[in-house]
Design a protein around this ligand. Structure first.
Ligand code: AMP
Ligand code: MG
Length: 349
């Protein structure tokens, strides 16, 4: 099983900020840089400002708190409680878990079920997060498909509770929880008066402000068929979330075929929509996370349509024939920088 992150804050940017430091090396301009491992991924923070250290430490504590509540992999999490009580009882939850579930349902409706957090039984059958992923037999998939239905996940924000209708149903927040976390991180940065910094949660990048020199941050869009850190283009952004989903992030191969971690709730198989990478640029990272997964499953045409109907949401889509499509709003934000020279930029059809 291979795990790569989808976005890199580019070497170019690191170089520029390094130059800034040597010409202007007061203590407060030195960033706090911290790497941690949570939510099954490497998390990198780079934060400027006099309260940067406090902010970075509080962020790690908050990430751990969200992970404890929302992980599917540990007994005692709130998501584990919903899943164990499926078909039996409604479960009392923290405000944040209910919020994420309700947002997930909103994107399930908007994507007509392409994004569906009740995909859990299929994720489990494929063993996507285990050391022994497998291709489940067709009759097993057929048996599980009816369990995948976001309409059977009921939430009650007043009572702060949720329930799955039937036994065997499983909620998996892997496609949205990191996005929510990114938004919570930015709240903490703001609380500490941070004006410049970023967090990279394994390919979910959220930047606050601009670089210390006032220029936008440069975020590289991963080349989906090259090693981690090789990009096909650059997004220049201030105060934005950039989230990628891709078939290169987590996959295994069997008999020469790639099986990845983003499942099509209609077929029960890894999505084969013709897209191999989707990147969403938005203000809220929870929106970007749900939408990157949703559009990946929807494919180029339906994915574009969905994104274009939403205000303030932009996208970069890469197809299996190595064409790069962007929404018109990225005209001055995205530039192709493709060392491999294999990708063709089709701005917007
Ligand atoms: P992401 O990397 O954000 O695209 O999310 C992929 C993860 O979300 C997978 O590892 C699964 O845990 C979960 N997932 C897979 N397929 C779907 C889907 N169609 N809708 C919602 N979540 C999904
Ligand atoms: Mg996602």
């Amino acid at each position: 099983m291979i795990k790569k992150s989808g976005l890199t804050v580019t070497a170019y940017m690191v170089l520029i900020s390094g130059m800034f430091l040597t010409s202007c090396s007061s203590f407060t301009n030195r960033p706090v840089e911290k790497q941690s491992f949570n939510m099954g991924t490497i998390i990198t923070q780079k934060v400027y400002g006099k309260n940067a250290q406090k902010a970075v430490d509080e962020v790690i504590a908050r990430i751990q708190e969200i992970e404890r509540k929302m992980t599917i992999n540990a007994e005692g999490s709130e998501i584990d409680a919903i899943n164990s009580m499926a078909g039996k009882e409604e479960v009392n939850l923290g405000e944040d878990t209910v919020y994420v579930l309700e947002c997930a349902k909103k994107y399930a409706e908007l994507s007509e079920g392409a994004f569906d957090v009740t995909v859990g039984p299929l994720v489990k059958a494929w063993g996507i997060f285990t050391d022994h992923p497998r291709v489940p037999p067709q009759d097993e998939i057929n048996g599980l498909l009816p369990l995948v239905n976001y309409r059977e996940l009921s939430t009650d924000s007043k009572k702060s509770s949720a329930k799955l209708s039937r036994q065997g149903q499983i909620v998996d927040l892997g496609g949205i929880a990191k996005g929510y976390t990114g938004d919570e991180v930015i709240k903490i940065y703001r609380k500490y008066g941070i004006k410049s910094g970023y967090i990279n949660l394994g390919g979910n990048v959220v930047v606050i402000g601009s670089k210390p020199d006032g220029k936008p941050w440069s975020i590289g869009v991963q080349n989906p068929r090259a090693e981690n850190g090789k990009y096909i283009g650059i997004l220049k952004v201030i105060d934005k979330s950039i989230v990628s989903s891709g078939d290169y992030e987590r996959f295994f191969e069997k008999n020469g075929k790639r099986y990845h971690h983003i499942l099509d709730p209609e077929t029960g198989y890894p999505s084969e929509s013709g897209l191999i990478s989707t990147t969403i640029v938005s203000d809220a990272s929870i929106d970007g996370d749900a939408l990157s997964t949703a559009t990946f499953v929807l494919g180029l045409d339906k994915g574009m349509k969905l994104v274009e109907n939403l205000n303030g949401v932009e996208a970069v889509f890469i197809t299996s024939d190595k064409k790069v499509y962007t929404t018109p709003g990225l005209k001055n934000v995205f530039t192709m920088e493709d060392e491999s020279k294999e990708y063709k930029y089709v701005e917007k059809r």
